[in-house]
Design a protein around this ligand. Structure first.
Ligand code: GDP
Ligand code: IMO
Ligand code: MG
Length: 452
């Protein structure tokens, strides 16, 4: 009985179910999630990454300072907020420490405001090697040079080991040195055999892993990171019970989701909002506000189908005006028209309650703006988003053309100040998606954000 009363008290002190928020990309990444997390931060107490690893590159611009975050939640830049790297993230400790040190030299505090899950998995140097060798081996074995075009950050192999179980390492294992050294010895035996064979297919040189050296290096990383490591599942539940508001920051994006994206040209985690629950330990039903981030046009990095891609001067104009080069790898991003088939599908999968339309300024100066409102294959209209990437590869987009706007919109500060053609473009996207557009971004800075 007493327990029941205690629980009831805890429940009533929590914000209502649905009081928490999430920011998730609805295209193929780089929509501007970092900027929106930074803008929304002030309304939340705890910012949580739940998926991906150092494949992400989230840009935040504060005043004249530009930050590129890979593993750290964007909340780390906002004083007074707690940043959490959840269990669903795969952590390359060398990269994480580099990121923390980089921020420290710029006066950004990373101390008690960062917590790292002891259940998160570790990315090892051999995961990055395996990532590169697999891409090279695939390309060589296929003979046509085609590959996924990964970021090379070891993400796929680290998640594959997580699913395989016996060769994976979690952060918590760094705190039992004898166990870690012993396990590294036998894992290295297995990995060396595998990588040697893979290198042969790829036609590459291979230097075997030295398990002793690697174990010592990782144990040292573990010591440095120890003050941040805890059971973040418990922490998040405690925070919710104490009335704190959580904001989940998606890395990568819905169309790169391993189950719901354009498989196999995806990343290796559930980067739609569906990954929040397994990747943080917070159950469904807690998130009432889900902000779907979508560029005013579309970009993609790496291989895979992209129906509205523009391999012409308009695509190049988007790349030049939008500075569409990868935050993580520097690769030029593929650019194309807004694809409402993608948007409708991903908004549905993610349960978007509102949309933030980013980089509207980049479209200024185009006479016509095209919106893809349907796909046709072999002369037949598809009635849903195709599950098979090879079908998506063959679709012909059906376009609706809208009048463009010539004016610079970077100084607009309200929806009403936007040129009429820009307003109609936003309204058309909103009507097709059936989700309200709450935010429009007209430049990379905090102040260049319009609320509706
Ligand atoms: P994320 O991975 O989703 O966080 O996005 P990235 O940071 O990889 O890429 C988005 C890029 O667009 C960054 O360079 C941002 O500074 C920039 N950006 C964000 N919003 C806007 C905008 O409205 N207009 C322009 N021109 N740039 C923007
Ligand atoms: P943010 O969080 C854009 C893409 C890669 C590649 C595929 C698989 O900045 O939006 P991986 O290294 O994950 O195995 O690569 O996924 N990719 C991204 N593209 N933005 C990202 O993250 C991405 N994360 C992965 O380019 O095509
Ligand atoms: Mg990015």
């Amino acid at each position: 009985m007493a327990t029941q009363i205690e629980n009831a008290t805890v429940q009533s002190s929590q914000p209502g179910l649905g009081a928490h928020g999430a920011v998730v990309g609805l295209q193929w990444g780089d929509e501007g999630k970092g900027k929106i997390v930074d803008v929304l931060c002030e309304q939340y107490d705890v910012i949580v990454r739940y998926n991906g690893g150092a494949n992400a590159g989230h840009t935040v611009i504060i005043g004249d300072q530009k930050y590129a975050l890979h593993l750290l939640p964007s909340g780390i830049l906002s004083p007074g907020k707690l940043s959490v790297i959840g269990n669903g993230v795969v952590i390359d400790p060398a990269k994480l420490l580099e990121e923390i040190d980089g921020l420290a030299t710029r006066g950004v505090e990373v101390g008690d405001n960062l917590r790292i899950s002891d259940r998160a998995h570790l990315v090892m140097p051999y995961h990055k090697l395996q990532d590169a060798l697999m891409e090279a081996a695939l390309s060589a074995a296929r003979g046509d040079g085609k590959k996924i075009g990964t970021t090379g950050r070891g993400i796929g192999p680290a998640y594959a080991d997580k699913a395989s179980r016996s060769t994976a390492f979690r952060v918590g294992e760094l705190y039992d040195a004898d166990h870690f050294r012993e396990k590294m010895a036998y894992v290295a035996t297995i990995k060396n055999a595998m990588l040697k064979a893979l290198a042969q297919v790829a036609g590459a040189e291979f230097e075997p892993i030295n398990p002793d050296q690697l174990a010592e290096q990782y144990l040292e990383f573990g010591q440095i990171l120890q003050p941040h490591v805890c059971d973040t599942t418990k922490l998040l539940h405690d925070q919710m019970a104490a009335g704190k508001h959580l904001l989940f920051e998606g890395a990568n994006a819905c169309m790169l989701d391993i189950d719901h994206g354009t498989y196999p040209f995806v990343t290796s985690s559930n980067c739609s909002s569906l990954g929040i629950y397994p990747g943080s330990g917070v159950p469904g039903g807690r998130i009432g506000r889900l902000v779907g981030i979508v560029k005013a046009y579309t970009t993609r990095v790496g291989g895979g189908p992209f129906p509205t891609e523009l391999d012409d001067a308009v695509g190049q104009k988007m790349r030049d005006q939008g500075h569409e080069y990868g935050t993580t790898t520097g690769r030029p991003r593929r650019c194309g028209w807004q694809d409402l088939m993608v948007l409708n599908y991903s908004a549905q999968i993610c349960g978007a309650t509102e949309l933030a339309i980013m980089k509207l300024d980049v479209l200024a100066g185009l006479d016509t703006l095209r919106l893809c409102t349907g796909y046709e294959v072999d002369g037949k209209k598809l009635d849903c988003f195709p599950a098979d990437a090879s079908v998506l590869e063959r679709v012909t987009p059906v376009y609706e053309d809208m009048e463009g706007f010539g004016e610079d919109v970077t100084k607009c500060r309200s929806f009403g100040e936007l040129p009429a053609a820009a307003q109609r473009y936003i309204e058309r996207i909103e009507a097709f998606a059936g989700v309200p557009v709450s935010t429009i971004s007209v430049g990379p800075e905090r102040t260049q954000t319009l609320n509706r």
